[in-house]
Design a protein around this ligand. Structure first.
Ligand SMILES: NC(=O)c1ccc[n+]([C@@H]2O[C@H](COP(=O)([O-])OP(=O)(O)OC[C@H]3O[C@@H](n4cnc5c(N)ncnc54)[C@H](O)[C@@H]3O)[C@@H](O)[C@H]2O)c1
Length: 348
């Protein structure tokens, strides 16, 4: 078992990474715990073992549509009916949607109860379960309402990867690879040399890759929990990628595939404005190709893309700011004008 402790303001998140689910680290009180999961993961043997042990559950529908205030109400209502108090533990077992729902509910239930997350997608293992961001979609906008509320424990079990559909796996993998670009050569070397084992979801290699990737995210969020500074580096590829998700039509690309495409655009933009070293841009491109991301895609409405990127909520003082890199581990934030954005839409 691998362990990692992440210190966030006055709280600590203890992360455990292992192969097969084992909830003995939790020492749960059945009368004051609540499992939150979705209608896919409720069938998993891990969720079943918690329910067999007498832990009551709330089962939400699966997918983004359930990232809503109605889901929070459903969790709170169940907690109140069961008589759960402020010392209760909410256990979120599922992908990023369930992690966000369980965490947001825990942050407001009785003004804050205990929270354990069991992420079951690669994306939620390397991203959504760590760092304390919670949010529901509201008025058709993502994460418009939310809070910062880190889990006290995050239990990562690589066996969950075995049932994950390929597109969901690749989506999370893009965030893991992004952590490689942000951290430096050691993690990138590992990502390059362990490609086959990572893609085969071998448990030892997966655990190592997740552990190393999480250490990168942990370093950022320990420095800047509230995202007022360097935590924004974690958005590498995201501003370009989010606009692609809109311009290509929602659902055409998974989030992670769009991020991989966006990282390639960030490398090109960095090259064009003289920030990114040519050899590094080549290496980044070769890694994204090795993992078979569609980084050459240009067949979308560029005007719609420009409109979508202009409305990005991460604008600061009216300027669109992008995360660019000189090389692995050396990252900066730069504004780019419309011409600079158009230029990278044409290039492969
Ligand atoms: N809070 C954060 O810091 C943060 C960071 C990144 C993403 N997010 C959020 O995460 C969400 C996306 O998360 P996601 O990509 O995990 O999607 P998801 O939670 O919708 O899960 C995707 C699908 O996979 C299914 N699934 C989950 N685990 C499975 C498994 N082991 N085997 C088979 N199927 C499984 C789910 O039931 C669902 O149908 C978005 O809402 C995003 O905003 C939050």
């Amino acid at each position: 078992m691998k362990k990692l402790t992440v210190a966030l303001e006055n709280k600590k998140t203890n992360v455990f990474i292992d192969r097969t689910a084992d909830f003995s680290v939790l020492e749960l009180n059945n009368k004051n715990s609540l499992l939150v999961t979705d209608d896919t993961m409720v069938k998993s043997s891990a969720a079943q073992s918690l329910m067999d042990a007498g832990i009551p559950s709330v089962v939400l529908g699966s997918g983004e549509k359930y990232k809503s205030l109605e889901s929070i109400e459903k969790i709170a209502e169940t907690g109140i009916k069961l008589g759960l108090d402020r010392g209760a533990v909410i256990i979120g077992l599922g992908g990023g949607v369930i992690c966000d729902m369980a965490a947001f509910a825990a942050s407001v239930y009785m003004r804050g109860c205990r929270l354990v997350l069991v992420p079951t997608t690669l994306l939620s293992m390397v991203d959504a379960s760590i760092g304390g961001k919670t949010g529901v979609d509201f008025l058709d906008r993502k994460n418009l309402i939310g809070s910062f509320y880190p889990a006290e424990k995050v239990l990562i079990y690589t066996d969950f990867l075995n049932t994950l559909p390929t597109d969901e796996f690749k989506s999370g993998l893009a965030e893991l690879i992004k952590h490689g670009f942000l951290s430096g050569d050691a993690l990138l070397d590992f990502i390059e040399t362990s490609r086959d084992g990572i893609l085969a979801r071998e448990s030892e290699i997966s655990a190592e890759a997740i552990y190393r990737s999480l250490k990168v995210k942990a370093a950022y969020i320990e420095k800047d929990f509230r995202e007022t500074g360097c935590r924004t580096h974690l958005n590498l590829g995201h501003t370009f990628g989010h606009a692609l998700e809109t311009a290509a039509g929602l659902g055409t690309f998974t989030h992670g595939e769009a991020v991989a495409w966006g990282i390639q655009r960030a490398m090109k933009a960095g090259l064009n404005c003289g920030i990114t070293e040519a050899a590094y841009a080549e290496r980044a491109e070769s890694i994204l190709r090795k993992y078979d991301y569609n980084i050459d895609f240009t067949d979308f409405d560029h005007e719609l893309y420009i409109k979508a990127i202009a409305s990005d909520k991460k604008k600061k003082d009216g300027e669109l700011r992008f995360i660019l890199q000189q090389k692995a581990g050396i990252t900066e934030i730069r504004p780019l004008d419309e011409n600079a954005i158009r230029e990278v839409l044409e290039t492969r």
